[in-house]
Design a protein around this ligand. Structure first.
Ligand SMILES: [Zn+2]
Length: 499
């Protein structure tokens, strides 16, 4: 899950293909699901299996501890792809395969960064390279700091003389000043800094000096930042801001990153075929990639593990749903939903047959229900599942639009496909994800099983019920996004060809 400042810094996609799925309603569209006696007993069986014999915890342990951090395209990511593909085959799923897409650059830190204040006094700084930053030039970057208090193209242009030859510092308030105008406009502003002659950029979005928040600066395309970009600890950021109130501050920093250009990255796909051969399917998905400072146990080891655990539970319970259940592990989520956007674009012609997309990406804390992004028919359909979801404490729905474009349901949602993101507690998640502390010791087996049971039971019900929800027309989609205050963001993303 990419939170707001996260989304800021992180896409060259064509809009045309995305509209292909819109307004092609399956004939049986409805706002409710019918659960017959067989489906009811299947849900109990599946939920029971997932609570008692569910494998999510062990899958997450393997991803986090045995494979480790999984930066998109890295050797560990490739290992995770091979393992997941092998596991889907071992479980006996059908149509197990990889689908490749190209990322403009892969990125991994090569050396530990060094950073210090030079003047007015000397002091070590807690700084690392931001994701998808180029290496600093030989000898590092050195210069006076300029705090940019608001990030917008106008603000950057108006301050061009102050930015020239400086190391530009920004933090949460800088970004939040114009967040409502859309992420694309923020990228435009960021990309202007180099033209104004900024030597480098330093971002202070962490919670402490020891907890940097890695967000990447990939323009939502997986391309590199156009100037060296550091990720600075929070106390250090606040210190620099206070020092700047008293006079000029000079800093230097240095790091080397391992960068490879134009790399093929793979999504992993596997099916439990449906018993009816009408081509309809549901998608259960999450991203396999992670940031590097921790091991991505929560973000998104828990989500990837949930996808595998639902597949395992459906097979082990001997269930065959009406529609195909398609399990997908995406890459490139952290760089701008790149894997899911690739999949949605490539399979746009089949989107009309997709009865629902169920994504997990907010960690393994107790589930509360589903994010339904303002779709009343989704909330209504989930109401039928209340007796089952209540048993695992997750019969709620949320229309919060803040996270609409934060994870891999978004490319499907904008095609009008019924899209759901698991809604969980996020108190711990917010302090862990994208940070060194995102490790397996924070994962609670029972809580993770509860979330996986919610995903399994819900996705199975939508795969098996005779009815399916409608697909939204363009006008209906825009009304939906307007209701949840996500339309400006969507329009901005369309303007920037992100969708
Ligand atoms: Zn995530």
């Amino acid at each position: 899950m990419r939170t707001l400042p996260a989304l800021l810094l992180s896409a060259t996609l064509s809009l045309g293909s995305f509209s292909a799925g819109l307004a092609q309603n399956p004939p049986s569209s409805t706002t409710a699901l019918t659960l017959d006696a067989k489906l009811k007993s299947d849900l109990v069986r599946l939920g029971g299996h997932m609570m008692i014999e569910g494998q999510a915890y062990e899958y997450d342990r393997h991803l986090a501890d045995d494979i480790g951090p999984r930066l998109t395209g890295s050797a560990n990511y490739v290992k995770a792809v091979a393992w997941a593909e092998g596991e889907f085959k071992r479980l006996g799923l059908a149509n197990v395969h990889r689908e490749s897409w190209e990322i403009p650059a892969t990125w991994e830190p090569e050396t530990l960064a060094t950073a210090r204040i030079i003047a007015p006094h000397e002091q070590r700084l807690h700084l690392e390279s931001e994701g998808w930053s180029p290496s600093t030039p030989a000898g590092g970057v050195r210069g006076e700091v300029y705090y940019l208090d608001e990030l917008s193209a106008d603000a950057v242009k108006a301050r061009a003389d102050k930015i020239k030859d400086k190391i530009v510092l920004m933090d949460g308030p800088s970004v939040m000043a114009h967040i409502d105008e859309g992420f694309g406009k923020l990228f435009d502003a960021l990309n202007l800094l180099a033209g104004d002659g900024a030597k480098a950029l330093v971002l202070g979005f962490g919670t402490t000096n020891d907890a940097p928040n890695f967000i990447g600066y990939t323009n939502f395309t997986g391309s590199l930042a156009n100037i060296p970009t550091g990720n600075l600890g929070q106390e250090d950021t606040l210190l620099l801001k206070r020092m700047l109130e008293r006079g000029p501050v000079e800093i230097e920093f240095s790091f080397t990153n391992r960068i490879r250009r134009n790399v093929q990255v793979q999504n992993v796909i596997a099916d439990v075929p449906g018993r009816e051969s009408n081509g309809e399917y549901v998608i259960v998905a999450g991203h396999l990639d992670s940031w590097h400072p921790g091991t991505g146990a929560q973000d998104n080891g828990t989500g990837a593990a949930t996808v595998l655990a639902v597949a395992q539970a459906v097979k082990a319970s001997g269930l065959t749903p009406r529609r195909t259940m398609r399990f997908i592990l995406f890459g490139g989520e952290e760089e701008g939903l790149l894997g899911s956007i690739h999949y949605a674009r490539e399979h746009a012609a089949d989107a009309a047959k997709c009865a629902g997309v169920f994504v997990t990406d907010s960690g393994g804390e107790p589930p509360k229900g589903w994010l339904v992004f303002g779709r009343k028919d989704e909330a209504n359909a989930l109401g039928v599942l209340k007796p089952y979801l209540e048993e695992v404490g997750a019969a709620g729905t949320s229309n919060d639009g803040e996270y609409t474009f934060s994870t891999d349901e978004a490319p499907f949602l904008v095609q009008g496909v019924p899209s759901f993101v698991l809604w969980t507690e996020t108190e711990k998640y917010e302090t862990l994800h994208h940070k060194p502390s995102d490790t397996f010791d924070k994962v609670n087996q029972r809580d993770l099983n509860l979330g996986a049971a919610v995903v399994g039971m819900t996705a199975f019900a939508f795969a098996d019920a005779p009815e399916s929800l409608k697909h939204l027309s363009t006008a209906e989609l825009e009304n939906q996004l307007k209701d949840i205050k996500a339309l400006t963001q969507y329009k901005d993303m369309q303007d920037h060809k992100l969708f």
